[in-house]
Design a protein around this ligand. Structure first.
Ligand SMILES: [Ca+2]
Length: 435
């Protein structure tokens, strides 16, 4: 930490002790104490100047807390702040009482049109349009200040918390501590906890205000604490960055984050297009190509007056559901949305909400809802088959991500098939018949 030394001195002064570091080094190793719990006739381990913590009722969480408190202290956080964040944490069952499989991301486990149906609802689009016109001055000021179009700011807000209605009601320190104690994402969660300490130390928010979703994302635009530290903004000018209750602070923070992540002012994230028939689907392979080439190939815009309304020059053709579903030209801002959540489906949902807020169909094309989709086992067979045939599909994990689709597309091209890279039963049969 850049301010570590000063704070250690301050901490030493606070408790009137000249050798806090020494005391800490002599603190008992929490791992040897974890089996003996307070309340069983054994004194809880003490961290010297940090004192001891009352048990959270969960042994693993308690043991982790002593180690982490010592780390936070070494990194220069004050005793007051460390105790404030860690004293009243409670174990969260989603991390500590069941198998972690429950923590799967929805973006990967259902067909994209079900995800889009759920997230880009008529109500969400209509509410976004209402709120945008209700608070038009705020949105305009944000757009002017951060260069992010107002309908995209509104779409992120709608997507993250249904416009501030669902911000979660978990204690952020408890959520992140439980995640850390569970073990697999310990480093990540501990860094987020240190960021919470920094937030309190700066006075940007107060301890009881640190409310989050189950995974530690906070406020109306769901900022992780590290993101909050870097990008949260006091738009309202009252001295706090209240992303929980102040709409201006929350939305300015989101816009600031998008701008810092490379948002390009005035450019769309995508344009929905109509493909000519027949079409060589192998063009949809993740490569950016000149928009003039797309026009020459016969693509026509469905959600805009032009294929390239902002004159970007290059775009990628993306067929999220293969040749029978809607088609999109993706622009760089699509990737900027993915800094919020790296799933393509998430960025598509945000983009479609933004389109909807502007009064466009979301999407105009229809999804192939009756298609013979592959289940996870079949996708694994497909990946295994592609790997055996030398079309590298990567890890056999049952998730048909971009790598798997590209491999399938290469196979389809080599077999002279329609090459959209979309995993169907027919594609699986063709792959399995080839070796
Ligand atoms: Ca404020």
């Amino acid at each position: 930490m850049r301010f570590a030394t000063g704070l250690i001195v301050a901490a030493a002064a606070l408790i009137g002790c000249e050798s806090t570091s020494q005391t800490l080094q002599n603190a008992p190793d929490p791992s040897t104490n974890s089996a003996r719990m307070p309340g069983q006739g054994v004194r809880p381990p003490s961290l010297g100047p940090l004192g001891s913590f009352e048990t959270s009722g969960h042994q693993k969480l308690d043991a982790w807390r002593y180690e982490f408190a010592a780390r936070a202290y070494r990194e220069g956080y004050s005793i007051e702040i460390i105790r404030s964040v860690l004293s009243n944490i409670e174990p969260m069952s989603i991390f500590l009482e069941q198998s972690s499989e429950a923590v799967d991301q929805a973006e990967f486990s259902k067909p994209i049109w079900e995800y889009i149906d759920d997230t880009v609802s008529r109500t969400r689009v209509a509410t976004g349009r209402e709120l945008l016109s209700e608070d038009y001055e705020l949105f305009s000021a944000l757009e002017q200040n951060y260069g992010v179009q107002k309908h995209y700011i509104a779409a992120i807000w709608g997507m993250e918390t249904s416009y501030g209605q669902v911000i979660g009601n978990f204690d952020a320190p408890s959520a992140l501590a439980s995640m850390a104690a569970e073990g697999r994402r310990r480093g990540f969660a501990e860094n987020e906890l240190l960021a919470l300490m920094e937030i309190l130390e700066r006075g940007d928010a107060r301890r009881h205000e640190l409310i989050a979703g189950w995974a530690g994302a906070m406020g109306q635009t769901q900022f992780m604490p590290t993101t909050y530290v870097q990008y949260a903004v006091d738009w309202t000018g009252d001295g706090t960055k209240d992303v929980w209750r102040a709409r201006g602070d929350a939305l300015a923070s989101a816009a600031n984050y998008l701008q810092a992540s490379g948002w390009r002012a005035g450019e769309p994230a995508l344009v929905e297009v109509q493909l000519p028939k027949p079409f060589n689907y192998s063009y949809a392979n993740g490569q950016r190509r000149p928009t003039s080439l797309w026009a020459t190939l016969g693509l026509t815009p469905l959600s805009s007056v032009s294929l390239d309304p902002a004159g970007v020059g290059l775009a990628e053709l993306w067929l999220p559901a293969g040749s029978n579903g809607p088609a999109f030209l993706l622009y760089p801002n699509f990737d900027v949305i993915k800094t919020y959540n790296r799933a393509d489906s998430y960025a598509l949902a945000v983009s479609l909400i933004a389109e909807g807020i502007q009064g466009r169909a979301t999407p105009a094309g229809s999804w192939p809802r009756d298609i013979d989709r592959l289940n996870i086992e079949e996708i694994k067979r497909l990946q295994d088959g592609l790997n055996r045939l030398g079309f590298s599909a990567g890890t056999v994990d049952g998730i048909a991500g971009r790598g798997t689709r590209r491999a399938l597309q290469s196979f389809q091209i080599s077999a002279g098939m329609l090459a959209d890279g979309f995993p169907t039963r027919r594609a699986l049969a063709a792959v399995e018949a080839a070796y």
